[in-house]
Design a binder for this molecule. Structure first.
Ligand SMILES: [Fe+2]
Length: 452
């Protein structure tokens, strides 16, 4: 009964939405912003416009951005993503199937000179550098499925690889956009049923899909549930390994222990062709459906798929509960050493994110930055330069201070995450706990001139 009267965790503390769109210029800085940093940090999150939502994942998308140039924090802006739902479009009976009827609240990706806000049940929503909504990007009418919130940009080719899942056939479709942003390939991936698929993996030679037991529940959907997925004891779990460039006939299924995964940190191939994936793995998730006052916990886990194997080898890297695993994205698809993640303790409403962790996978060492009176959000790794080493750069993320009820954009040295922050950019308002952010480096000035 208590669950019905207590507000859900996503309405409490710093999970609660903000009510204003704010613009502030020339932000105060403690420390020194590295002069090499020039660009925009932008993070997405659910911020229900009317004050409440039926699930943590179902608030209107709100972007929080800080523009940095020449050692200065030029501005902070937060802006709603102007989706049709935000603009008041009436809900219709097939809302779950309409890829233009969704909240664009989960992540941000920059590819081929476009910045896009993403949610896994809609088309990408293009936004401007000052966070104004431009409209859906359907790739010139070619994209007929949603786009995952976790596309992968191949550092070797510049292609954007992504997928869309749906609750009616085709359940899962894989897409590739070339480096210029044109949709050049779509492949239907055969799966047994509609499941919730949040992320996938890319290596230099393969794409790996996760077919996990988080099944779509039609009766629950028909009864009006806004999150109609639940854990299945019988569905099983497997990874679909597709050679890049291959058709569905070349797909190979690899069995794994039943589990759920929102986020893949990275995947790569060893010299003998063994495929390796590092993921934040839940032993199970939403057995009785989503809860209002708790969230299951995940641990950093490695799957290895030797050549010819039909089952993955699984190793838990660490017992700590973590989420939001990130890497230096220049390592996407190739071997990485460092994984950055937030450690979680207790229930979400109590300020669950307690530490920023850095896993040094070669040494087996874990560095930590402990947060006591503050609450961190996801941190993004920003390389010091294109030529810099994997761990040479900064970690950037919003941190909420409970005492002042405001937030900072905190910049840490990626090689010393527990040390004094390199810089704290003071924001005039709080930034609620959200989902995923990205760093979008400024384009060279000569390109700007050429474009005009
Ligand atoms: Fe995610």
């Amino acid at each position: 009964m208590q669950d019905r009267v207590e507000p859900p965790f996503w309405m409490l503390g710093n999970f609660a939405p903000v009510t204003e769109e704010t613009t502030a210029y020339d932000l105060p800085v403690e420390g020194a912003i590295p002069p090499e940093l020039s660009g925009l940090y932008v993070r997405n999150g659910a911020n229900p416009r009317h004050g409440q939502s039926s699930h943590w994942f179902l608030g209107d998308g709100m972007l929080h951005g800080v523009a940095i140039e020449s050692g200065k924090a030029k501005w902070y802006r937060n802006r709603y993503v102007r989706t049709p739902i935000f603009e008041g479009a009436p809900r219709h009976p097939l809302a779950g199937l309409d890829i233009r009827y969704a909240l664009s609240n989960t992540s941000v990706v920059a590819h081929a000179s476009r910045i896009m806000a993403l949610v896994e049940n809609a088309l990408p929503m293009e936004i401007s550098r000052d966070l104004e909504t431009r409209g859906f990007n359907d790739f010139g009418g070619r994209l007929a499925t949603p786009c995952t919130a976790h596309p992968k940009i191949c550092p070797a080719t510049g292609e954007m690889h992504f997928f869309g899942y749906r609750v009616i056939p085709p359940y899962l479709t894989y897409h590739v956009a070339d480096a210029a942003g044109a949709l050049v390939r779509s492949v239907e991936i055969p799966v047994k049923a509609a499941t919730m698929i949040h992320d996938f993996a890319l290596t230099a030679r393969h794409t790996i899909f996760m077919d996990l037991p988080m099944v779509f529940d039609m009766p629950t959907a028909m009864a009006g549930s806004t999150m109609p997925f639940h854990w299945s004891e019988s569905y099983g779990a497997r990874l679909g390994v597709l050679p890049r460039g291959g058709g569905a006939q070349s797909l190979r299924w690899i069995d794994i222990e039943p589990c759920f995964v929102y986020h893949v940190a990275n995947a790569f191939e060893e010299d003998d062709g063994t495929i390796v994936l590092d993921v934040a793995r839940y032993d199970e998730h939403w057995r009785d459906g989503p809860k209002r006052n708790a969230f299951d916990t995940a641990s950093l886990t490695r799957w290895r798929i030797p050549p010819g194997a039909t089952r993955a080898e699984e190793t838990r890297i660490d017992d700590r509960s973590i989420e939001f695993p990130r890497i230096d994205e220049r390592r996407t698809g190739v071997p990485h050493n460092a994984v950055y993640a937030l450690a979680t303790e207790g229930s979400l409403a109590d300020g669950v994110f307690t530490e920023l962790l850095k896993y040094d996978l070669k040494c087996g060492r874990v560095d930590a930055r402990r947060f006591v009176s503050e609450l961190p959000s996801e941190f993004t790794m920003v390389p010091a330069s294109e030529a810099a080493g994997e761990e040479e750069g900064w970690l950037m993320g919003y941190v909420y201070d409970r005492a002042s009820a405001t937030s900072d954009l905190v910049i840490l040295d990626a090689s010393d995450i527990g040390g004094k922050p390199v810089a704290r950019i003071r924001l005039p308002v709080r930034v609620p706990q959200g989902f995923h952010g990205t760093w979008i480096a400024s384009e060279p000035r000569e390109c700007d001139a050429a474009a005009h």
